[in-house]
Design a protein around this ligand. Structure first.
Ligand code: FMN
Length: 378
């Protein structure tokens, strides 16, 4: 499938499935247990309708948004995702470059396959750095110091992964980064020749930020060694003191947690269930936006993360009070399908579609969106 023939996220998903090795596609596409949460993330948007307004004269649309002091050209930014060079040889480089082109923020995963420093130097647009809660405080300090030194504008602390979720597709595929070569994987590699050629002609895939610090060879082993389920609010306070800059807490769905996050000093909160990859029974982030906004008022900025597939999803979240939205799979499908060109296609579909849907909504700017545009279908 040609990338120009992809007209929505589902098309990009099909193109990614056609090009990538099966275990790679499943790692991107899959989620925990029965994959209920990932389906809900998206379907929950359908519970909200946009009550469009007519004769508003909205013709030229202003999509710009301010998030944590940064002016973005669009109301979305790119959520962090691990291991991008496994999906396409250009990995995080391709994604960061595409984000800069549309004028939005790129967030780099702590488990990236291109280093903090290289991505920082690649573009001049603002970037966020994502961190998990590692047991080794020295490692945490080192990561924060490198991100600060490299000029990352904010730190995102992801807390919905105290341990790894139960991703059964990865288990069936015996998925690891770097991949272990089994007979089944050789068979799948033959069915994805373009991915396989890239893989064998590119430098080895490693967690670029940890290569010197850890001997861990597999994602599972690295998590086992370093994820710190005992990390609590007091540790989060310690971490904020170490970072001493703009901070975002990612993985919140409970209003009480949001109140505590704001009181602890986080400037932003990402309402997220990790794209359904962790607790399969967790609620869709969009359904928690109203209750969380009601509880915290303007004490922190809110980002809705999870299930954004259509431009109308973005309009709904912004009208319901989000400061921005984010997503990973839409751009990862593009990356796996066609590298930077595929990521650009994904982002362009959102930009073009947003302009169209905003005119259809009758709103000339993102700032003009409010709850009067929304009806909840009980
Ligand atoms: C392949 C993949 C890798 C991810 N890696 C990370 C990560 O390293 N750190 C993190 O905080 N979230 C990670 N996420 C979660 C995303 O940041 C985001 O919360 C989620 O993808 C949102 O769901 P959506 O992309 O389906 O809309 C990952 C998601 C995917 C699909």
């Amino acid at each position: 499938m040609k990338i120009e023939d992809c007209h929505n996220v589902d098309d990009l998903r099909r193109a990614a499935r056609a090009r990538a090795h099966r275990m790679v596609f499943d790692y991107i596409d899959g989620a925990a247990d029965d994959e209920v949460a990932i389906r809900n993330n998206n379907h929950s948007f359908r519970a909200f309708e946009i009550v469009h307004k007519v004769l508003t004269g909205a013709e030229q649309v202003d999509l710009s948004t301010t998030l944590l002091g940064h002016r973005l050209k669009v109301p979305f930014f790119l959520a962090p995702s691990a291991g991008n060079r496994l999906f396409h040889k250009d990995g995080e480089r391709a994604v960061a470059a595409a984000a800069a082109k549309v004028g939005t923020i790129y967030s780099l995963s702590t488990l990236s396959t291109v280093s903090i420093e290289e991505i920082a130097a690649l573009t001049s647009t603002p970037k966020f750095f994502q961190l998990y809660v590692w047991k080794d405080r020295g490692l945490v300090r080192e990561m924060l110091a490198r991100a600060r030194e490299a000029g990352y504008a904010a730190m995102i602390l992801t807390v919905d992964m105290p341990i790894a979720g139960n991703r059964e597709r990865d288990k069936h595929n015996r998925f690891t980064i770097p991949p272990k070569i089994t007979l089944r994987q050789i068979w799948d590699a033959l069915r994805a020749p373009r991915w396989t050629l890239d893989y064998f002609t590119s430098p080895p895939i490693t967690y670029a930020n940890y290569a010197a610090r850890t001997k861990a060879t597999s994602l599972a082993r690295f998590f086992e060694e370093q994820l710190h389920a005992g990390f609590g609010w007091r540790d989060a306070e310690w971490l904020l003191g170490e970072w001493n800059g703009t901070s975002v807490l990612k993985g919140v769905v409970s209003p009480a947690d949001a109140v505590r996050a704001a009181a602890t000093g986080f400037n932003g909160i990402m309402l997220s269930n990790h794209g359904g990859r962790q607790l399969d029974a967790s609620p869709a982030p969009i359904t928690m936006l109203g209750p969380i906004r009601d509880r915290i008022g303007n004490d922190a900025e809110l980002i809705v993360d999870g299930g954004i597939r259509r431009c109308s999803d973005i309009i709904k979240a912004m009208a319901l009070g989000a400061n921005a939205v984010s997503f990973a799979r839409p751009y990862l499908y593009g990356l796996a399908a066609a590298g930077q060109q595929g990521v650009e296609r994904a982002l362009d579909l959102f930009v073009t579609g947003l302009k169209r849907d905003m005119v259809l909504t009758g709103a000339s700017s993102i700032a003009a969106l409010d709850e009067s545009f929304i009806r909840y279908k009980a």
